[in-house]
Ligand binder design. Structure first.
Ligand code: MN9
Length: 301
C-alpha cells in the first residue's frame, strides 16, 4: 500500500472545559497554535490525547472537530485503539468517512493475546478503515505488548498497512524495520530521540511535546535534512532539557499546564485517574511556559 504519511505530527492533547467535558473551542485553539508552530500533521486520540479515558462518543466528537478544522491544511491520523475491539472498529469507520489520511491503533491490551489474535485484530482494523492506510502503533512501555522485529515485519507486510508509529528507544529495531521495509512509513514516537531516529531513517515523528514546542522540532528536522548535525543536536538538547522536567512532573499533565499558562487552553487538568501536578514542579513549568511563549512570539532565538 502506497501512502504519503511522512512528516511531523503533534500527538494532540485533549483540552477539557471547567466541567471536565471535551472542549471543542479549545481543541480548535490548540490546533491553530500547533499549525502556527509549523507542525503539518495531527495524530488525534493517541496516548497524549487521553483517549483510553474517553467514551466512544467523545472520541468521535474529537475526531470530527479536528477533521473539520484541519483537514484542508494538515495531514491527519486517527488513533482508534480501545479495550473493546468493536469500539475500535466503529471509530475506524467514523474516521475513514471523515477523510482521515491514516488510521492507527495500539494492539489489543490488558489480556495477553496470541500473535494470531493480534494479527486478526489489525486485519479487522484494515477492513473497517475501508482503504484508508493503517498505521501500526508499537509502544511496549504502555501497551505491555513486546513485538519482536520479526513480529513487526509480518504486520508491516499486511496489505493495508502503510507504516508504523515506533514509540521505542530501541533504535536498532527501528533501523531493522527501516531496512526490511524501505517502502513503509516509519514515524518516530519518542521526541527525546528524534535526531537518533532520523539518523536511522525514519520518515517523520509523532510527538506529545510538539503541542508546546513544535517550532523547535520543525527546525531540528530542517537542520537534519541539511546535514547540519551539530546544530540539530543543539536543538535536541534544548528540547530534552524541557522533556526532562516533563517526565519528572508527568508528561501529559506538564504539557497541559504549560499550554494553560501560555493561554492556549482554558483548563490544565488531565482526566481522572490522573491527578494534579505536584506543587514542587509548578515554578519550573511556569518558567518553561514563559520561555516558550517568548519563543513563539519571536522575541528570542
Ligand atoms: O506519542 C509520546 N508517547 C507517549 C508520543 O506519550 C507514550 C511521546 O511524545 C512522549 O510523550 C515524549 C516524552 O517521553 O517523547
Amino acid at each position: 500500500m502506497m501512502s504519503n504519511l511522512n512528516g511531523l505530527y503533534v500527538a494532540l492533547a485533549t483540552p477539557y472545559d471547567k466541567q471536565g467535558n471535551v472542549s471543542a473551542d479549545d481543541l480548535i485553539s490548540l490546533s491553530k497554535f500547533v499549525r502556527d508552530n509549523q507542525i503539518g500533521g495531527f495524530y488525534v486520540g493517541g496516548s497524549t490525547g487521553e483517549s483510553l479515558l474517553q467514551s466512544t462518543d467523545e472520541r468521535k466528537e474529537i475526531f470530527s472537530v479536528i477533521a473539520e478544522e484541519n483537514r484542508a491544511t494538515s495531514k491527519l491520523i486517527a488513533h482508534v485503539g480501545a479495550v473493546d475491539t468493536r469500539e475500535t472498529l466503529k471509530l475506524a469507520r467514523h474516521c475513514a468517512a471523515l477523510g482521515y489520511n491514516g488510521i492507527s491503533a495500539i494492539p489489543p491490551i490488558y489480556y495477553p493475546y496470541t500473535k494470531q489474535e493480534i494479527t486478526d485484530f489489525y486485519k479487522s482494523v484494515i477492513d473497517a478503515s475501508d482503504g484508508t492506510p493503517v498505521v501500526l502503533y508499537n509502544i511496549p512501555a504502555m501497551s505491555g505488548v513486546n513485538f519482536t522485529t520479526d513480529d513487526l515485519d509480518k504486520l508491516l507486510s499486511l496489505d493495508g498497512v502503510a507504516g508504523i508509529k515506533q514509540t521505542s528507544n530501541n533504535t536498532y529495531q527501528t533501523e531493522q524495520i527501516r531496512r526490511l521495509h524501505p517502502e513503509k512509513t516509519i514515524l518516530n514516537g519518542f521526541d527525546e530521540i528524534l535526531l537518533p531516529a532520523l539518523s536511522v531513517g525514519v520518515d517523520g515523528s509523532i510527538g506529545s511535546t510538539f503541542n508546546i514546542m513544535g517550532k523547535r522540532y520543525h527546525k531540528l528536522n530542517q537542520l537534519f535534512s541539511a546535514g547540519k548535525m551539530q546544530e540539530a543536536l543543539a536543538v535536541q538538547h534544548a528540547c530534552n532539557s524541557i522533556i526532562d522536567v516533563l517526565v519528572a512532573a508527568g508528561v501529559f499533565k506538564g504539557i497541559k499546564h504549560i499550554l494553560y499558562k501560555m493561554g492556549v487552553i482554558s483548563t490544565p487538568e488531565c482526566r481522572a485517574p490522573f491527578g494534579k501536578i505536584e506543587s514542587a514542579f509548578i515554578p519550573k513549568l511556569d518558567e518553561i511556559a514563559v520561555e516558550l511563549k517568548n519563543e513563539y512570539e519571536g522575541l528570542t532565538r
